[in-house]
Design a protein around this ligand. Sequence first.
Ligand code: PLP
Ligand code: COI
Length: 364
Amino acid sequence: MTTTIELKPTSEPLGQAQRAEILADPGFGRHFTDHMVMVKYTEGRGWHDAQLRPYGPIEVDPATAAVHYGQEIFEGLKAYRQQDGGIASFRPRANAARLNRSARRMGMPQLPEELFIGAIDALVKQDAAWVPDDPEKSLYLRPFMFATEIGLGVNRPAGEYLFMLIASPAGSYFSGGIKPVKVWLCEDFTRAAAGGTGEAKCAGNYAASFVAQAQAVAEGCDQVCWLDAVERSYVEEMGSNNVFFVYGSGDQARLLTPELSGSLLPGITRDSLLQAAADLGIPAAEGRITVEQWRADAASGAMSEAFGCGTAAVVTPIGSVKSKNDEFTVADGNPGPVTLRLREHLLGIQRGAVEDKHGWLHKI
Ligand code: PLP
Ligand code: COI
């Protein structure tokens, strides 16, 4: 196994003026930095040929296993410009650990943590000019691994893989910035069931979600809210976010988030917010909540706020909820104080403006 990343930055980086134009309005996932990392895996040999090289297309044989059977897993994390001008990634070890849990579920090899971190450090150092200075923007990092063995057999997991890392400057994930989103309660489809792949971050979960997401958009909503696959009643998560509910207000405010049921993604933002809430003295519980309860608590005013959270979306208020039968707002539909406080606190830690009590920042 090799963990040394060979540097081959032979491409001409994009000109400064063009890069500045992109960074002024990066959107999400539309532009990529000048380089990428590639590391090969071969059964019996382990990880080898780690390279940082110019960003560009890769050649894929038509019989490549991932193209047919979807053995692909990915991660999402960000590098942030620090207040002092430096750069840090947020909780990369947590992403490395989740990638390896996803790998285990998908019959894929474990990637050593130091290779994951080394790849991020090497790419972000090389393409540091792509980390935006604007505190509302960041560099989104997309590590991923897929089966490259050639052949159509399905009697065992593939024996060859590629791990790659690409980076993309990011502004707001939702086009309205922190404008509250409208979510679609998905009743026709489910995302995952216990024993399936719901808690893995694998391509197939997303492939299966697009038809529901298209339905959400057709209904005038921003994103799907998934319900459990058995009773179709318990709130699980959103298309690319975990969900939090706020009950009460002021000193009495408390948080509730769906428990890790085995079929939802254990978000690193979710985990960070549970810890941040404890640090801020806001009681937070993991539990189960039905859609009926959500409706009733929003109607009675017991529920004061709801928001989604994820690496790409940060903390995004949920303003209203639509289903086939009805539509309701959470409070007055505007971003609530607890949502905004948690968002500011988390962004503060990520930017080096709030004390990093838990050692979440990894300086690059
Ligand atoms: N749930 C889904 C389905 C996601 O795609 C994401 C995004 O990664 C999340 C939750 C939030 O996870 P994290 O906070 O680790 O980004
Ligand atoms: C992330 O927040 O990292 C996500 O994975 C969202 C993504 C699927 C666009």
